[in-house]
Design a protein around this ligand. Structure first.
Ligand code: 2P0
Length: 318
């Protein structure tokens, strides 16, 4: 019988960019993220004569899913399957669709094929497919760090219910995938070693800022991690530019808001969207301000989301 699961994308506040050279898709740096609520991937798995992937209502050949299935089949009995996966947000535009996608897939597969995987094992398998997917197994505040590189929940969403206002500045697919961008940065950026050292040092202070609900400290640390990651991207050769003019205008808008006393900070991933993280009372001001920025197509407001979990497809809309 078909099984459906749903997972949410996550936004890293301490960024993951770069991989270890050994096998297993192990990150070169620790990361810390928040899982979002209103965005989600819904994935159904069912029996099939041969593997088939239907992504957002289209039959696709998805190399990343194919690679993940081959990898997982090295240790798990996974029969041929049909995967029907739908995102309620733009795919591959810097909104972490691979994170929620693989977290939903391994969660559905675990139940459908009766694999008996623990959360830690699902996080490990999701990470092999896509680093950030390990974090989307869990809701709230999530850490992915060595030596075992399994995601662990740091705090539930109720601990500190922040909001995220996403300014969508483009709906197109990004030009360079995160995986190839990371490899390029690692090979060519003169800043890469400084990046890995600084990010490792930044983990404990950021965890502490979250535990203490210290908004000013988290804002400073998260913006620093984001800007340093983009400095690594820009200093790759050829330089990786994921921003458009509207992205930069949004960052200034967020800084201006914070200067005027609004509790908000920004982060940007491998794409042109800006994620403004704020306290709940600031949401109306942040939404209004970002919607005035030229080039912003729309904003999406999220709270913090929960774990990847099985759902009853009858009871949910898409
Ligand atoms: C993150 N990103 O921490 C960082 C920030 C993008 C920028 O994780 O190669 O799709 O599949 O392990 O997880 C996006 O990269 O990369 C990502 P792979 P992934 O959220």
């Amino acid at each position: 019988m078909a099984v459906t699961a749903r997972a949410h994308p996550n936004v890293a506040l301490l960024k993951y960019w770069g991989k270890q050279t050994r096998a297993g898709n192990l990150p070169a740096v620790p990361s810390l993220s928040i899982t979002l609520d209103s965005l989600h991937t819904t994935t159904t798995v069912d029996a099939s004569q041969r593997d088939a992937v239907i992504l957002n209502d289209e039959l696709v050949e998805d190399a990343k899913i194919g690679t993940a299935l081959s990898l997982w089949r090295q240790t798990l009995a996974i029969p041929p399957l049909k995967i029907i996966s739908t995102n309620n947000f733009p795919t591959a535009a810097g909104l972490a669709s691979s994170a929620s996608g693989f977290a939903a897939l391994i969660t559905a597969l675990n139940i459908w094929a009766d694999l008996g995987l623990s959360e830690a094992q699902r996080s490990d398998l999701a990470r092999q497919a896509s680093g950030s997917a390990a974090r989307s197994i869990f809701g709230g505040y999530v850490e992915l760090s060595g030596p075992d590189w399994l995601a662990v929940p740091v705090a539930p969403r109720e601990h500190w219910p922040l909001n995220v206002v996403i300014a969508i500045t483009s709906e197109s697919r990004k030009a360079t995938s995160s995986s190839s961008g990371m490899r390029l940065s690692q090979r060519t950026s003169a800043f890469f070693d400084a990046w890995t050292r600084t990010t490792a040092e930044g983990l404990a202070p950021m965890r502490e800022a979250i535990m203490q609900r210290d908004f000013a400290a988290l804002a400073e640390q998260a913006e620093a991690s984001c800007l340093m990651m983009h400095a690594v991207m820009l200093s790759s050769r050829p330089g990786l530019m994921y921003w458009n003019p509207s992205t930069l205008a949004c960052l200034h808008q967020v800084r201006d808001l914070r200067s005027s006393g609004v509790p908000v900070f920004f982060t940007v991933d491998a794409g042109p969207q800006v994620k403004a993280i704020c306290q709940p009372q600031a949401v109306p001001d942040v939404v209004a301000a970002l919607n005035t920025v030229p080039g912003v197509l729309r904003t999406v407001t999220c709270g913090l989301g929960g774990d990847a979990t099985r759902i009853d497809p009858e009871l949910t809309d898409r």
